[in-house]
Design a protein around this ligand. Structure first.
Ligand code: NAD
Ligand code: MG
Length: 382
């Protein structure tokens, strides 16, 4: 039996993780956490019988408590609750399927307590990778990637010597606006941006895919996970999303992982590594597919990708600025308060405003986040 905790159980990755639990009776969900979806949480409690459930707000926690008063489950709330369930002694794996920097503290706490991390929450590594990766080494903790590209890289590195990596080829679908020029992006709506061609994901990451900020965050995520310098990470647009990423080695050989676009594969791989379990679902049919194509990303139109490279190059607290500004700007776009192209403009303005703190600790990361929010609210709130 493998005991797991899922932070963000009601979201896209969280619910797909639970689908895997349904198929694999040797996985046991000990605790779940979510933001505000009390109804979905109630269903999950009744189906999976976790010992603990966390809602972010006390109000939602109270509501949930009333709904499940007939069930034996402890309801917690807030950051305290998230941290408490991330360090439970009986737990082996923490699935970080929560969205945003809120994942930093629970992830660090779990590593300190020796938990294996199945990491989907890329914002945490982007902003605190310099704290998390050395801590994981010190605690001898494994971090298995859930992000499809990073899982592909991880799978391509099976049995290889990481010192023999020549470069990482991080693939990108290009998102819903691939091939469009700036003038065409001016009037793109929330509905347009939420319409991803290949992947069905949460709202924030879907917008990040449209701006290519997601790919920028993934470049930083890859840098931390695989210890490869930025100049050896190349983004390659592969619109069919069949090649999930590749690694080129010093002899010119390239290893890739291919498959139908389905997040359940990387989630399941992270949960059972080094085993592979059977999985239902679509398979690639190469006769139907006929071709896999490649393009260079358009960093001029999709400024967000360039800004992410700039933030990664500046290092220190700058990736936090990019990430926090993006989190706020995407929320404003989803609320229809700003236009699509303003997301990158806001990120750029926040980055220009910031003086880099090198090697920031968690407090400084969270302070940077707060000051970025303050800056955006003062200058861009409408
Ligand atoms: P989502 O929006 O569908 O789900 C987010 C989950 O986090 C929900 O359960 C929500 O309730 C929970 N949550 C949000 N704020 C919270 C808070 N303050 N306290 C407790 N819970 C909170 O997002 P998603 O698409 O599943 O993405 C989750 C993470 O995985 C993100 O970091 C994303 O970048 C990454 N990721 C997602 C996919 C995908 O296919 N969806 C692929 C790769 C990586
Ligand atoms: Mg990805």
């Amino acid at each position: 039996m493998k005991n797991i905790v899922i932070l963000g159980s009601t979201g896209s990755i969280g619910t797909q993780t639970l689908e895997i639990v349904r198929e694999n009776p040797d996985l046991k969900v000990i605790a779940v956490a979510a933001g505000s979806n009390v109804a979905r949480m109630e269903e999950q409690i009744r189906e999976f019988h976790p010992r603990y459930a966390v809602m972010w707000s006390e109000e939602s926690a109270k509501d949930l408590k009333e709904r499940v008063s007939d069930v034996q489950v402890q309801i917690l709330s807030g950051m305290e609750g998230l941290i408490e369930i991330s360090v439970l002694p009986e737990v082996e794996v923490l699935v970080t399927a929560i969205v945003g920097m809120i994942g930093i503290r629970p992830t660090i706490a779990a590593i300190e307590h020796g938990k294996t991390i199945a990491l989907a929450n890329k914002e945490t590594l982007v902003t605190a990778g310099h704290i998390i990766m050395p801590l994981a080494v010190r605690k001898n903790v494994k971090i298995y990637p859930v992000d499809s590209e990073h899982s592909a890289i991880f799978q391509s590195l099976n049995g290889e010597n990481p010192e023999r990596i020549s470069k990482i080829l991080l693939t990108a679908s290009g998102g819903p606006f691939r091939g469009k020029k700036r003038e065409e992006l001016v009037n793109m709506t929330v509905e347009d941006a939420l319409h991803h061609p290949n992947w069905s994901m949460g709202r924030k990451i879907t917008i990040d895919s449209a701006t290519l900020v997601n790919k920028g965050l993934e470049v930083m995520e890859a840098k931390w996970l695989f210890g490869v310098d930025l100049d050896r990470i190349q983004v390659v647009v592969q619109p069919q999303s069949i090649i999930h990423s590749m690694v080129e080695f010093v002899d010119g050989g390239i290893m890739a992982e291919l498959g139908a676009p389905d997040m359940k594969l990387p989630i399941q791989y992270a949960l059972f590594y080094p085993d592979r379990r059977p999985m239902k679902g679509k398979r690639v049919n190469f006769y139907d597919l006929a071709r896999i194509t490649f393009e260079e990303p358009d960093k001029e139109t999709f400024r967000g990708l360039q800004l992410a490279f700039d933030a990664a190059t500046a290092g220190g607290s700058m990736p936090t600025v990019l990430n926090a500004a993006n989190e706020r700007a995407v929320a404003m776009f989803l609320d229809k308060k700003i236009r699509f192209l303003e997301i990158a403009e806001i990120i750029e303005a926040a980055m220009q405003e910031h003086k880099v703190i090198s090697n920031p600790n968690v407090e400084q990361i969270l302070q940077t986040e707060a000051s970025v929010y303050e800056f955006i609210d003062a200058h861009f709130a409408k």
